[in-house]
Design a protein. Sequence first.
Length: 178
Amino acid sequence: MSNLNNKKIAVLAADGYEQSELESPVKALKDAGAKVEIVSLKSGEIKAMKDHQWSNSVTVDQTVSNADCKDYDGLLLPGGVINPDALRGDEKAVSFVKDFFSANKPVAAICHAPQTLINAGVVKDRKMTSYKTISKDLENAGANWVDEEVVTDGNLTTSRSPEDLPAFNKRMVEEFGK
């Protein structure tokens, strides 16, 4: 595992994030030494989904309206069905994501999270993967979608589903450590 000491990673999520897709990567980042902050649309707490039921909550460290890409070394976008839909509909969240691409900082997105990347306009001509049900959305936005466990194209790492978390976490930590 790469050493992420002195690295600060933003996790952009909203209510309805997939529990395992936030908890498992955050643990991997912290185990590698990173400082992790949950950034969301609102202050307080955001609630996870697990097996299509509301589940655990996490405390929000920073609202996206107060967050600045310059304060972070990388960005994690967990999936879930509700979460990316809320994020991609929020102008500040989309702008926050765009800033990471403008700064060429590493971004990792899993499952349905690439829907937010579509709205940020950063998927065109990129090799990517995601949950299969959004493959056409990504292709229609100009991405080269592939059915692979984990894909890195430039500063973007994508993965398909919770089953791919071990490979996703390993690659994410490597990419954030560069």
